[in-house]
Write a protein that binds this ligand. Structure first.
Ligand code: GRF
Length: 220
């Protein structure tokens, strides 16, 4: 991967849970498939397994524990201050279960990526694997998108799509979807680092033109 930059792009990762997406990104950094200086992993949850994964890779961790702030606004201010001090070019949300403030989204606009377990714009919000089964959908998947203040609304960069089988349940779908997430998140990050993908006026520019539909990767 040749970025043409003098120094590595700086990134932080925000997560709340197990951090398997973070792990896939860390593995790709180690394998030099992604050239990124991941300076810190931050969680709202002090016992998130993702923090352990970061420590095992020698990455600094930060906990901004939502529950220890009496006022929501103070939590948001503390998170913004921590992230701003890291001076990131890229903010990677990897299973971060809090809604970011509008101020945070505006401050870091164009540099926040999220992965959501559905084929956006379908199935925003939680419990996506069960909801697609309940609705009898034929396809399911995951999307990497830029973050804007409206939840799960930002423009989509890349999607992973799989065909739901009659034997699938929410757990099997989660496992199949996550295998794809490990591929597409790193792919989106690579594009971001290379500058082949960027957000302008809430639209995605891809290699100089508008990206009309997300890049699609099918399960094989
Ligand atoms: C992922 O499935 C992602 O789509 C969603 O949260 C989950 C995080 O999983 N936003 P993990 O913590 O990376 O294992």
């Amino acid at each position: 991967m040749t970025t043409g930059r003098d120094s590595l792009m700086r990134a932080v990762c925000l997560l709340s849970g197990s951090g398997t997406n973070l792990q896939a990104i860390l593995d790709n950094i180690s394998a030099k498939k992604i050239e990124l200086d991941l300076t810190s992993v931050i969680s709202d949850n002090p016992i998130a397994m993702g923090l352990e994964r970061a420590r095992s890779s020698g990455i600094k961790t930060g906990v901004i524990d939502y529950k220890s702030y009496a006022k929501k606004a103070d939590y948001h201010a503390a998170l913004k201050e921590y992230v701003a001090n890291e001076n990131p070019d890229l903010i990677i949300l990897a299973g971060y279960m809090r809604i970011l403030s509008d101020d945070f989204c505006d401050t870091f606009k164009g540099s926040i990526l999220n992965i959501h377990p559905s084929l956006l714009p379908k199935y925003k919000g939680l419990d996506t694997h069960q909801r697609v089964i309940n609705e009898g959908e034929a396809y399911h998947g995951s999307s990497v998108h830029f973050v804007i203040p409206e939840l799960d609304e930002g423009p989509c960069i890349i999607q992973y799509r799989l065909k739901i089988s009659l034997t699938d349940d929410a757990e099997s779908l989660k496992n199949r979807v996550q295998k794809g997430e490990y591929k597409i998140y790193s792919e989106a990050i690579r594009h971001f680092i290379l500058g082949t993908i960027k957000m302008e006026n809430d639209k995605i520019m891809y290699k100089g033109g508008h990206l009309v539909k997300p890049i699609l990767i099918e399960e094989n």
